[in-house]
Design a binder for this molecule. Structure first.
Ligand SMILES: Cc1cc2nc3c(=O)[nH]c(=O)nc-3n(C[C@H](O)[C@H](O)[C@H](O)COP(=O)(O)OP(=O)(O)OC[C@H]3O[C@@H](n4cnc5c(N)ncnc54)[C@H](O)[C@@H]3O)c2cc1C
Length: 452
């Protein structure tokens, strides 16, 4: 007898948790488990700003899939379309070969991509903070600006290379601006020809507040830390146009700048649009059991799905956080097990545990279980939380060792020459142009059926 096939799309917080839980709860005879993932690691995104700033090495936040998963078949590639009627997932392997995977149940957890708007020059000159390659690229790029400014003989060039703009006042943007500003300030000692006063960081957001989820007091504390360090914060403002050497803001200011880091929100993975299913703000509109109405055997979760927030109970959907994604992964695995065993499915209920924001060095703000903390205590909570959440002991040890080494020996500000001559764009880093349209998916599966 053939076993039911479960296909999980995405090896992130949600997908990996789901696979691990299924391996634990299902006997090998109960189902076949496969996972499609473009990379062989689960990226611990909350620590990505620390990779960009060189506090952590990329390996510390790239948690091996194969250390945690024993019997899941891992397919190296990305899903580029799903035909819910034929129960086929179209996959582009890392070799570019297109293969079809049939499934009985599919778990869609492809996460999200950087949300962009129709702003001239943004997709060419803006850099995201969503992938390991982007974080490594940004670090290299920032150090390259210091090297080039140091060598420049033209004052205008020096000024534009030493101004840095981060767009997005959520935790990703705030942590990125805070951590990177620290390295450029510390680097000034190694570049004695540079005037440290020329190094300027701007954090901008169209919203009236930074990280509103922190509440007024902690939000003000975070602002105070950033401003004390000289980061200029502009709220109610966005980018009107981005160019290679200038960024124009919506308030009319034209800043000479060659580094635009764009973290103004996320949009569900483009895979969602290949299904022709109902969405809520671009995320798949699932039930509180994380099933997709109108589609047989489809579950969706994490950043790609709009999961009703039953704990809040006011018709809200769960925010796109790692905390929710990981717990939803477990809940979907349990609902899949229940489906296979003919038991009832359960709704997803999780009360938010709070937020930690690492601003680099001894600075942090955090709100564990509603308790407001700042400074070194908040930093201890933030780092303790990350260590707990990193899945493997090897990753935990690597991270702690990196923190200790950075705190004692500082940074070498080494540039590796990554993509320096032909920088990739947001589209290249996040593969957003790889996907099929719903019609192309149907056409593809029809052609495959005829051929067989
Ligand atoms: C800089 C930054 C800092 C953050 N800090 C925090 C924080 O402090 N706390 C918090 O709770 N949340 C934080 N978040 C948000 C959190 O990381 C996300 O909400 C979480 O990763 C969502 O989990 P997911 O499993 O849905 O997606 P992801 O973890 O992004 O995983 C999706 C996976 O799917 C893969 N994938 C993508 N497309 C395809 C495809 N077509 N086929 C197959 N695989 C695919 C991706 O490579 C990835 O491995 C942060 C995010 C960022 C960017």
């Amino acid at each position: 007898m053939t076993r039911p096939r479960i296909l999980i799309v995405g090896g992130g917080f949600a997908g990996v948790e789901c696979a691990r839980r299924l391996e634990r709860t299902l006997a090998p005879g109960e189902a076949e488990i496969a996972l499609v993932a473009p990379f062989s690691y689960q990226l611990y995104l909350p620590l990505l700003p620390q990779v960009a700033s060189g506090v952590l090495t990329p390996q510390s936040v790239a948690v091996s899939l194969r250390r945690g998963l024993r019997r899941t078949r891992i397919i190296p590639g990305g899903a580029i379309g799903v035909d819910g009627a034929a129960k086929v997932c179209v996959i582009r392997k890392i070799t570019d070969e297109i293969v079809d995977e049939t499934y009985d149940y599919i778990v869609l957890a492809p996460g999200s991509v950087t949300r962009t708007f129709d702003i001239p020059g943004l997709t060419e000159y803006g850099r995201g903070m969503k992938t390991l390659a982007e974080a490594a690229y940004v670090r290299d790029h920032v150090i390259a600006q210091l090297d080039l400014a140091d060598a420049a003989t033209d004052e205008a060039e020096r000024v534009s290379r030493l101004q840095f703009i981060v767009v997005g006042g959520g935790y990703a943007g705030t942590e990125t601006a805070a951590c990177l500003q620290r390295i450029t300030t510390a680097a000034a000692a190694r570049y004695p020809r540079l005037d440290p006063k020329l190094i300027k960081w701007h954090l901008i957001d169209i919203a009236p507040k930074l990280m509103p989820e922190l509440g007024d007091k902690l939000g003000a504390d975070a602002m105070e830390v950033l401003q004390r360090r000289g980061i200029e914060i502009s709220l109610g403002v966005s980018v009107a146009e981005a160019g290679p050497e200038t960024v124009t803001l919506t308030d009319g200011r034209e800043l000479p700048c060659r580094t635009l880091i764009w973290t103004a929100g996320v949009a569900a993975s483009p895979l969602v649009a290949t299904l022709d299913a109902e969405t809520v703000r671009g995320r798949l509109a699932v039930t509180d059991r994380m099933t997709l109405p109108g589609f047989d055997g489809v579950f969706a979760l994490g950043d790609a799905a709009a999961v009703p927030d039953v704990a809040t109970g006011d018709g809200a959907i769960c925010p796109p956080t790692a905390q929710h994604a990981q717990r939803q992964g477990k809940a979907v695995a349990d609902n899949l097990t229940a489906t296979l065993r003919g038991a009832p499915l359960r709704p997803y209920v999780h009360k938010d545990l709070g937020l930690v924001v690492d601003l680099g060095g001894k600075d942090a703000v955090s709100k564990p279980l509603g308790v407001e903390l700042k400074g070194i205590t908040a930093q201890a909570v933030a780092r303790g939380y990350h260590l707990m959440a990193l899945r493997t002991n090897v990753a935990k040890v690597r991270t702690v060792t990196n923190w200790l080494l950075n705190a004692t020996a500082g940074d070498d500000f080494v540039r590796t020459g990554f993509q320096i001559r032909r920088p990739a764009t947001l589209r290249d880093f996040e593969y957003t142009d790889s996907y099929l349209t719903p019609d192309q998916v149907r056409e593809h599966t029809r052609a495959m059926t005829v051929r067989h």
